[in-house]
Ligand binder design. Structure first.
Ligand code: NAD
Length: 295
């Protein structure tokens, strides 16, 4: 019988720790941590993500602000906004919600963020520090994958971890973090991608299978070794008339046939998703500590 890696429960436990720490500081008369977000355009999913980040910030006692720009905002204007937030002493960390409109060069925008306030962990400096194993703001979703494994004391050392997907925001950093010489890592990692041959043959060797391929219910029972730990990073909105909001969520794993094979598996929703926001809060807390010289 498989067990669920419950991202909701894990996120509540981590949020409680953060809220306690914030209370300790505010009880001493210090201001709470502040997370800012830049939102460009009116994409529905981006608006929901930013609203959820604000809600979670308030739940742990942070203050927050959202800087909204229209979809025809110029890159120069956005770069000025970033400069303003880089210099604002009341802001501990901020994010630029992606994707940005096509006429804006995303990498130029990311490069402009001060590495000390880059709580999404997307700047080249933080990615470089992560790869070197130095202290860094880690990207939120990969950090969430590690947090959920750690929360449930899943043994990782010496395990064969297969990651499907090599994006800069999920697959590649997950592979990097799980292969580090560190507690909660030390896996032997295989990174699979669109040009990988004999994918099922490789995924069937996985003790831990992390799926970030962006294809709905792609991983089927024949691709999973019995007893494996399966982490499903995928999120897909599936039209569903029976739901009030008109859709339900599905992952990159076909849970109806895969779950019964697993020892542990993340559900969708309620798996990696809640941990992604919590990682952002953890990074903001870390930025605040540094900014206030608390460690
Ligand atoms: P992406 O599209 O950028 O990357 C997908 C990767 O899959 C690519 O590297 C590609 O090489 C690989 N791939 C494509 N087809 C393949 C095939 N046939 N065989 C093997 N590999 C193949 O996606 P992403 O941004 O990494 O996101 C992956 C999934 O995770 C998406 O469903 C996304 O919605 C979800 N996501 C969830 C969260 C969260 O908070 N839970 C955060 C980010 C992304």
């Amino acid at each position: 019988m498989y067990q669920l890696l419950d991202g909701k429960q894990t996120s509540i436990a981590i949020k409680d720790q953060i809220a306690n720490e914030v209370r300790q500081y505010t009880a001493k008369g210090m201001r709470p941590p502040h997370l800012a977000a830049i939102l460009v355009g009116d994409d529905g999913a981006s608006q929901t993500y930013v609203a959820n980040k604000e809600k979670s910030s308030h739940e742990v006692g942070f203050t927050s602000s959202v800087y909204r720009y229209s979809s025809n905002t110029s890159e120069e204007e956005l770069l000025r906004a970033i400069e303003f937030l880089n210099d604002d002493d009341e802001v501990d960390g901020f994010i630029v919600q992606l994707p940005l409109p096509k006429h804006i060069n995303e990498q130029n925008v990311i490069n402009a963020i001060s590495p000390d306030k880059d709580v999404d962990g997307f700047t080249p400096i933080n990615i470089g520090r992560m790869v070197l194993g130095e202290d860094a703001f880690l990207p939120a979703t990969p950090m969430g994958v590690c947090s959920i494994l750690e929360h449930y004391n899943i043994e990782t050392e010496g395990k064969h971890c297969v990651v499907i997907g090599r994006s800069n925001i999920v697959g590649t950093p997950v592979a990097n973090l799980l292969s580090r010489n560190k507690k909660g890592a030390n896996c032997t990692v295989t990174l699979c991608h669109s040009r990988t041959r004999n994918l099922p043959e490789i995924t069937r060797q996985a003790d831990i299978l992390v799926v970030a391929i962006g294809k709905q219910e792609f991983v089927t029972a024949d691709m999973v070794k019995p007893g494996a730990v399966v982490i499903d990073v995928g999120i897909h909105r599936v039209p569903d008339e029976t739901k009030k909001n008109g859709y339900h969520l599905a992952g990159d794993v076909k849970h109806s046939e895969v779950d019964s094979l697993c020892s542990w598996v993340t559900p969708v929703p309620g798996g990696v998703g809640p941990l992604t926001i919590v990682s952002l809060l953890q990074n903001t807390m870390k930025a605040y500590r540094k900014h206030m010289s608390l460690n």
